[in-house]
Design a protein around this ligand. Structure first.
Ligand code: FES
Length: 568
């Protein structure tokens, strides 16, 4: 087998001399003999992505494994996105990170790659990049943090921030106590410990077959993560020698397995846009209806926040993802393989549940049907999603008056006004927060409840938007309405007072008005002005809608690993 890196290093001409000479720097003489795969470690470690800040230590163990298997490890810092820090929203930068990593994987003399991610957008962007380049690749999730406690009560990252802050607004918790809880929220290194987007995407990577089975969910401080990191480094070398690429692993069968997994773990709605985007990079047929069809009837087995009570540390000690998948093994496609070359279903033998209060048996699920529902109607002709597992059952069929907000700023300006004409039967509608409108489709779809209703004890209302929602959030929240208002979607024509009808069982989302009346209205094209320059300009001009994964139109499809020219 001729290694890809040999196209840089082999030969006796001036160019190969340059490639070798500048890379030597203490590497062993046989590092360039054409026998040893060069493995990049695409590393999203960053102090400004605190959920990934421990990945350099993880990378060291990966390196040891690569050396042990006869490869040559090479650290490749990758663009890192810290969910809680970057403005205006992390999602705006996912495609930039994916594009930057894709180009650097292709441009460099490497034969395979280990993908190190953790925080919400890092694993999706790395998988999108690897799918586009299609070099042998394996994901190593950085793992969740340990459970913090405040006043004896476990704290779920994100989920409990939303809960506690609503308690403050409702007057049932003091601001002092709220701020006191801050230092207890993040107990250790690692990503959020709820079944939020980071945990979900680690599980998705494993369900897609892109991790060594049993890796997703190993807590970040657990020494077993470093052991698995070593194994992952070894496997990356093997992947190159066997020629196993992401396109061999991430087939349509794998994506359908990921959708089953998403339902069984009660995962984040954000996985919908990320899986659609990854599939789009591979040319795998996958659409919104696959989520509804394949997830329908899959039971919720994991009792984790935000849908349940426990946290990722509990899931790991209870048996981890393999134990969950073993319970739904009959729903998984046995043709899908993992990076090991073996079927995903074949890796589940012997997986046991050690705590049935955390991971339920199939016969005693938390919910019998946990799939994400895809709604259509005159408010979302191209689809919208809702996570019934995180919603109030009594609101899944609801008719109410719209209270419309044109932007996040509009929400903050008016939501708590005593004059806001709203009651608990109202439907809060937020527009101007889609991919193009914000831009970047922020996690604001779970907009807060009006203070005067909170004071009355109301804890959930129907909310509809073209935005996303944090995977740690909950409520009867309809998201990702497509097309978005800023793209001329029907949300732009809704007015306060309009009757909105939500019927999740019928998969409908409508405004109960004659089509002619809606069509005659002037759309409110909310959203910021077209950016003048830079990434935002490129993004707004090319971003696809939520039903297409919010990728850029020119990034769908794969370009492979070929580079036609020498480096000059
Ligand atoms: Fe990074 Fe939650 S903020 S994983």
């Amino acid at each position: 087998m001729v290694l890809r890196s040999s196209h840089w290093y082999a030969g006796d001409d001036r160019n190969s001399y340059i490639h070798r000479a500048w890379m030597r720097r203490g590497l062993p003489r046989d590092a360039f003999d054409g026998e040893r795969p060069h493995i990049a470690i695409a590393n999203t470690a960053s102090d400004l992505t605190p959920c990934n800040s421990h990945l350099n230590e993880v990378a060291d163990s990966v390196k040891q494994g690569i050396w042990a298997a006869g490869g040559v490890p090479l650290n490749l810092p990758a663009l890192s996105i810290g969910e809680t820090n970057v403005r205006p929203t992390a999602m705006l930068w996912r495609n930039l990170a994916a594009m930057a990593t894709e180009e650097m994987l292709r441009a460099n003399p490497i034969d395979g790659v280990v993908l190190l991610g953790g925080c919400d957008k890092t694993i999706p962007s790395l998988l999108m990049a690897a799918a586009s380049v299609d070099l042998p690749a394996v994901v190593l999730p950085g793992g969740p943090m340990l459970t913090g406690r405040f006043r004896g009560v476990p704290l779920g990252c994100g989920t409990d921030v939303w809960r506690l802050s609503e308690e403050v607004r409702a007057g049932t918790l003091s601001r002092e106590a709220f701020l006191e809880s801050e230092s207890s929220m993040i107990r250790s290194r690692g990503h959020c410990n709820t079944m939020g987007t980071a945990s979900t995407m680690a599980c998705m990577a494993e369900a897609l077959g892109m991790t060594i089975p049993g890796t997703a969910g190993i807590p970040a401080p657990d020494s077993r993560l470093l052991e698995r990191s070593h194994d992952t480094g070894r496997l990356a070398v093997e992947l190159v020698r066997e020629g196993r690429r992401p396109s061999h692993v991430m087939t349509r069968a794998s994506f359908l397995n990921a959708i089953v997994t998403l339902a069984a773990v009660g995962g984040s709605t954000n996985a919908v846009v990320h899986l659609l985007a990854i599939a789009g990079r591979l040319g795998v047929e996958l659409n919104l209806d696959d989520f509804d069809r394949t997830g329908s009837g899959v039971p919720l087995l994991v009792d984790l926040q935000p849908a349940g009570r426990h946290l990722m540390e509990d899931m790991f000690r209870a048996g981890g993802l393999r134990a969950v998948l073993n319970e739904v093994a009959d729903l998984l496609d046995p043709s899908a393989i993992t990076v090991t070359g073996e079927p995903l279903t074949g890796s589940l033998a012997g997986a046991e549940i050690w705590d049935e209060t955390v991971i339920r048996r199939r016969a005693e699920p938390l919910l019998p049907d946990a799939g994400i529902a895809v709604l259509r109607g005159n408010l979302a002709p191209d689809g919208a999603v809702i996570k019934p597992a995180a919603a109030s059952p009594e609101l899944l069929r609801h008719r109410g008056r719209a209270v419309v907000f044109d932007s996040v700023e509009d929400v903050y300006a008016r939501l708590d006004s005593p004059d806001l004409d709203v009651d608990e039967t109202s439907v809060l509608v937020l527009r101007g927060c889609g991919p193009r409108g914000y831009p970047g489709m922020p996690e604001v779809g779970n907009l807060p409840l009006p203070a005067k209703l909170l004071a009355k004890g109301v804890r959930d209302m129907v909310r509809i938007s073209d935005a996303r929602m944090s995977g740690t959030a909950y409520g009867t929240v309809v998201l990702h309405a497509a097309p978005e208002a800023a793209a001329g979607g029907p949300l732009a024509r809704v007015r306060t007072g309009d009757p909105i009808v939500l019927d999740v069982a019928a998969r409908r989302l409508d405004v109960d008005l004659p089509e002619a009346e809606l069509a005659a209205r002037e759309p409110v094209m909310t959203g910021h002005a077209r950016p003048v320059r830079g990434w935002e300009r490129l993004y707004v001009d090319h971003v696809l809608q939520a039903d297409r994964g919010v990728d850029l139109d020119f990034l769908t499809g794969s370009s492979g690993d070929g580079v036609g020219r020498e480096s000059h």
